[in-house]
Design a protein around this ligand. Structure first.
Ligand SMILES: Nc1ncnc2c1ncn2[C@@H]1O[C@H](COP(=O)(O)OP(=O)(O)OP(=O)(O)O)[C@@H](O)[C@H]1O
Ligand SMILES: [Mg+2]
Length: 568
């Protein structure tokens, strides 16, 4: 670019110089010819003067004329009367331009190659009063400007070219510098350096160009930042989403997949840009989606068994054309589990209610026909027991649902020591009846914020179980102590224990380790479910450890202050 500017500039200068020199030379030679003509004219006038005024003989006069000028006398008819070149028998000169002009207007001139002398000649003809024509001529000669002039000319040429070269370089630099700067800036911007700007020059055009460039860069930067923010927002949303999302374009290449989705299918490597059909899990899903129209619920087995609900939507481009597909996967495992639990609960409740009702109905119907007093009393006792069980069951269900409605939770000060002692005294008779030693250990008075009734229920259920599932002469211990801001309640017994495989299920509703045995003991299987709910509603934790035949230990931690379980 720079070379082209310099070359064009220099070419322009050289052409201009060529024309200038040529026209200078042309004008100079014209000027010289004019001078020669003037000299010939004067020569003619001088000779005519001599001939006409001083009456000097033509021939002798003309012979004496200087060598460098050739003089010719021509008569009216164009015949040469005399020629100073000494040549005789010259042809008729009437066709010569200068002669014709002189005949017409008295004066005439011409420049041409002489047929006689074969050189470039300047002619000047003047008409004499008697009609003859006197013509002087001399060689036009070359324009001799002298060796000095040529040197001077060459010097000037060299100087002008040098100066022009320097100027053209300056111009090229001036023009190219902003372009180079912009090229550099565009390069940087293309590489992500959006804050790059160029210097705005004072020059009108270049200044405008720089300003426009900067404006463009500014807008690019803003658009980029906006896009990046949008992208980040979208990414944050997609990352934090509890649903899986992936999208693929028309060429079936994956363009987006969120962490939840990858986790759902156990995909660990980067799959962006890969074909969606190359990934087994996604391929199966898409096949299923193609078959079904709307929403689809499926169960996946790998890596973890999950119930998912799938929905797909088309991604539309600018003019409403289809550019891809987005698939949303919702993890509905918990929902399904809850649904299952609910229906199971209803089934369990109905069953638990039906059993005592059936026996009440049966025994009361039979009662009519029983005459024997002791049998009647036995039947009546059974009816009484069963209605008690029914009441207990209904109470337990009510308790459970009331704990579930967290709103109704009270937040009063619980005197742990006092309440625990109450439970101890309430259940001690039952323990004594089985000759079980029930002990309560609490070193210091303890208080916490919460619902007193719930605390009592919790302890009552745990101690009741411990006594119930401990054989005669056993031992049940209640230990209450403080650990930082937590209250630790330990209920341990030397009872029958719980087999390991049942340990994580005993907190489920209606779950009993040995259905027949535990039911015979009067249990409904709701006690520990209630305990678990109470602990959770208070923001605490519960752990159980057990050894068959040796005993069971329940450890409950409850936060003392409201803040702790407010977060629950
Ligand atoms: N301390 C314990 N020792 C051994 N087994 C226990 C103990 N506590 C609970 N279990 C087992 O866990 C099961 C569930 O206990 P849960 O208190 O929920 O029901 P329940 O005692 O049978 O009936 P409810 O308490 O409603 O009258 C019991 O049926 C029993 O098999
Ligand atoms: Mg119980």
């Amino acid at each position: 670019m720079s070379r082209r500017i310099i070359v064009s500039f220099l070419a322009g200068i050289i052409v201009a110089m060529f024309f200038l020199t040529s026209s200078f030379l042309l004008i100079s030679s014209l000027e010289k010819i004019n001078l020669v003509k003037e000299k010939l004219k004067t020569n003619n006038e001088l000779l005519i003067n001599y001939m006409e005024v001083d009456r000097i003989n033509n021939t002798s006069l003309l012979v004496s004329v200087m060598d460098s000028i050739r003089v010719t006398l021509i008569d009216k008819n164009g015949d040469v009367l005399f020629d100073s070149s000494g040549k005789r028998g010259l042809e008729n000169h009437l066709d010569r331009l200068e002669v014709q002009e002189a005949m017409e207007s008295g004066q005439g001139s011409d420049i041409r190659i002489s047929k006689t002398l074969n050189t470039q000649m300047v002619y000047y003809a003047t008409r004499l009063s008697d009609g003859k024509i006197l013509r002087s001529s001399t060689e036009a000669g070359s324009l001799n400007l002298g060796g000095g002039f040529v040197k001077y000319m060459l010097g000037t040429f060299a100087f002008v070219i040098l100066v022009s070269y320097l100027i053209s370089r300056k111009i090229a630099d001036y023009l190219l510098e902003p372009i180079q700067e912009m090229t550099f800036a565009t390069d940087r911007i293309a590489n992500g350096e959006y804050t790059r700007r160029v210097r705005v020059r004072s020059d009108a055009e270049l200044g405008k160009l720089g300003m426009n460039f900067n404006n463009m860069a500014e807008r690019l930067e803003t658009t980029f930042i906006e896009n990046e923010e949008k992208q980040n927002r979208l990414e944050a949303i997609l990352k934090s989403m509890n649903s899986g999302v992936f999208a693929y374009d028309n060429a079936d290449k994956i363009i987006m997949i969120n962490p939840f989705c990858k986790q759902l299918f156990g995909i660990s490597d980067n799959v962006i840009g890969k074909g969606v059909y190359e990934i087994k899990e996604l391929r199966e899903l898409i096949f299923m989606l193609n078959d079904e129209e709307d929403i689809l619920e499926v169960q996946i087995e790998e890596p973890i068994r999950k119930d998912i609900r799938i929905k797909s939507a088309e991604i539309l481009g600018e003019r409403g054309s289809l550019v891809g597909t987005v698939v949303v996967l919702e993890d509905i495992t918990d929902l399904k589990k809850l649904e299952k639990m609910r229906s199971q609960f209803v089934a369990n409740v109905s069953h638990e209610l039906k059993t005592p009702l059936t026996s009440i109905k049966g025994f009361s119907e039979t009662l009519k026909f029983v005459k024997d007093e002791s049998t009647r009393n036995k039947f009546l006792d059974i009816i009484n027991d069963e209605s008690e069980r029914l009441t207990r069951l209904i109470n337990d269900i009510l308790t459970l649902s009331s704990i579930e409605q967290v709103k109704s939770l009270k937040n009063e000060e619980i005197d742990i020591s006092y309440e625990s002692e109450k439970v101890y005294h309430l259940l001690n008779p039952k323990a004594e009846a089985k000759n079980i030693t029930l002990s309560l250990t609490q070193k210091e008075p303890l208080f916490m914020l919460g619902d007193v009734d719930l605390y009592n229920q919790l302890l009552l259920n745990l101690v009741d179980n411990a006594i119930k599932y401990t054989r005669e002469n056993g031992e049940v211990q209640i230990r209450i102590e403080r650990e930082d801001t937590l209250i630790k309640v330990v209920v341990s017994d030397t009872g029958i224990g719980i087999p390991e495989k049942h340990l994580n299920r005993i907190f489920e509703r209606f779950y009993r380790v040995d259905k027949a045995r535990d039911r015979a003991m009067g249990g409904t299987g709701l006690g520990l479910a209630i305990v678990k709910h109470i602990v959770l509603s208070m923001g605490g934790t519960i752990e159980v450890s057990s050894e068959i035949g040796k005993g069971t230990q329940f450890v409950v931690y409850l936060p003392m202050y409201k803040e702790s379980y407010d977060e629950e």
